[in-house]
Design a binder for this molecule. Structure first.
Ligand code: G3H
Ligand code: 13P
Ligand code: ZN
Ligand code: NA
Length: 283
C-alpha cells in the first residue's frame, strides 16, 4: 500500500539519511524505481511532474504506481511534484496520491502562505502530506547572473515564519541547485542550509539533485535534507541505453527490446543514488 511521505521522512530524520524521490512518467520508469527500491531494500517516493501529468495523465500514473506498490516489499509513496494549483492538488488526492507539493515560490510570501495553508487544510484530513517551496529553484537554463543568484535563495528567517504560518510537513529550499543538467559544478550554499536548519524543524527537500556531486549530497543530508529529487539522471541513463541499443541494431522494431535495456539502465542509476542517500537497507 502507498504510504504518506511524512512517515518516510520522519524515519529518515530519526536516522540521518535522505529518501530518494524519483520522477516517473511511463511504465518502464515506474518499474525501474520500484525494482531499484526493492533491490536496495529502500523506502521510496515516486513523483509526477507537470510534464508527467500532461504526458501520462494523473489516473495512469496513480494506477501504475499503485500496481507497483501492491507487490513491493518496501514502503512506496506517490507525490505530486511542483503542484501548480489547489484544483490540481485535489485532483491528485482523489486519484490516491499520498503526498503533494504546492509550489507557490513565484508568489509573494503572503500569497504563498495563503495557498499553502489552503492545500494543508485539504490534504491533512485525508492523511496526505504537503511539501512547499520557499525561495526559487530555477532551471539551469534560466540564465541568472551569478551576483543575482542569491536573491532567489531561501531566507532562513522567512523559512521559519513560513513553516509556522502554514504547518507544512516539509520544505523545499533554494540553496544553489537547479533543475536539469548543470553547465559547471553547482555551488551549494551550505552555510545558508545550516542556518535554515537552525530555524526550521520540518524535513528539508533538495530539488535539482541530478548532477550534484555525491559528497555535496552527503553534506546536504548531514545538514538536514531528508528528501532528494532526481529526474534528469534517470532520463540520461534511460535514453543513453535506448541510443546504444538502436546503434547496435538499427533495424530493431520491438519496443520491448529497446525499452527493456533502458529500464535496466535506470535501475542501476537509481540504486547508485539510493546508496549515496543512505536509504539503502532502511526499509
Ligand atoms: O519538475 C521538475 C522536472 O524535472 C521537470 O519536469 O519536464 O516533466 O515537467 P517535466
Ligand atoms: P533534476 O532533474 O535536476 O534531477 O531535478 C529534479 C527535481 O527537482 C524534480 O522536482
Ligand atoms: Zn523540483
Ligand atoms: Na540538476
Amino acid at each position: 500500500p502507498l504510504v504518506p511521505v511524512s512517515v518516510l521522512l520522519k524515519d529518515a530524520a530519526a536516522e540521518g539519511y535522505a529518501v530518494g524521490a524519483f520522477n516517473c512518467n511511463n511504465m518502464e520508469i515506474v518499474q525501474a524505481i520500484v525494482t531499484a527500491a526493492e533491490a536496495e531494500k529502500a523506502p521510496v517516493i515516486l513523483q509526477a511532474s507537470q510534464g508527467a501529468i500532461k504526458y501520462a495523465g494523473v489516473d495512469y500514473i496513480a494506477a501504475m504506481v499503485r500496481a507497483a506498490a501492491r507487490r513491493a516489499r518496501v514502503p512506496v509513496a506517490l507525490h505530486l511534484d511542483h503542484g501548480t494549483s489547489f484544483d490540481q492538488v485535489v485532483c491528485c488526492l482523489v486519484a490516491g496520491f499520498t503526498s503533494v507539493m504546492i509550489d507557490g515560490s513565484h508568489l509573494t510570501l503572503e500569497q504563498n502562505i495563503a495557498l499553502t495553508r489552503q492545500v494543508v487544510s485539504v490534504a491533512r484530513p485525508v492523511g496526505a502530506s504537503v511539501e512547499a517551496e520557499l525561495g526559487r529553484i530555477g532551471g539551469v537554463e534560466d540564465d541568472i547572473a551569478v551576483d543575482e543568484r542569491e536573491a532567489f535563495f531561501t531566507d532562513p528567517g522567512e523559512a521559519r515564519y513560513f513553516v509556522e504560518q502554514t504547518g507544512v510537513d516539509s520544505l523545499a529550499v533554494a540553496i544553489g541547485t537547479a533543475h536539469g543538467r548543470y553547465k559547471g559544478r553547482p555551488q551549494l550554499d551550505f552555510a545558508r542550509l545550516a542556518r535554515i536548519r537552525e530555524q526550521v524543524s520540518v524535513p528539508l527537500v533538495l530539488h535539482g539533485a541530478s548532477g550534484v556531486p555525491d559528497d555535496d549530497l552527503k553534506e546536504a543530508i548531514r545538514l538536514g535534507v531528508r528528501k532528494i529529487n532526481i529526474d534528469t539522471n534517470i532520463r540520461e541513463s534511460f535514453v543513453e541505453a535506448i541510443r546504444r541499443r538502436l546503434a547496435e541494431d538499427p533495424r530493431e522494431i520491438d519496443p520491448r527490446k529497446i525499452l527493456g535495456p533502458a529500464r535496466d539502465a535506470a535501475v542501476e542509476t537509481i540504486r547508485e543514488k539510493m546508496r549515496v542517500f543512505g536509504c539503502s537497507g532502511k526499509a
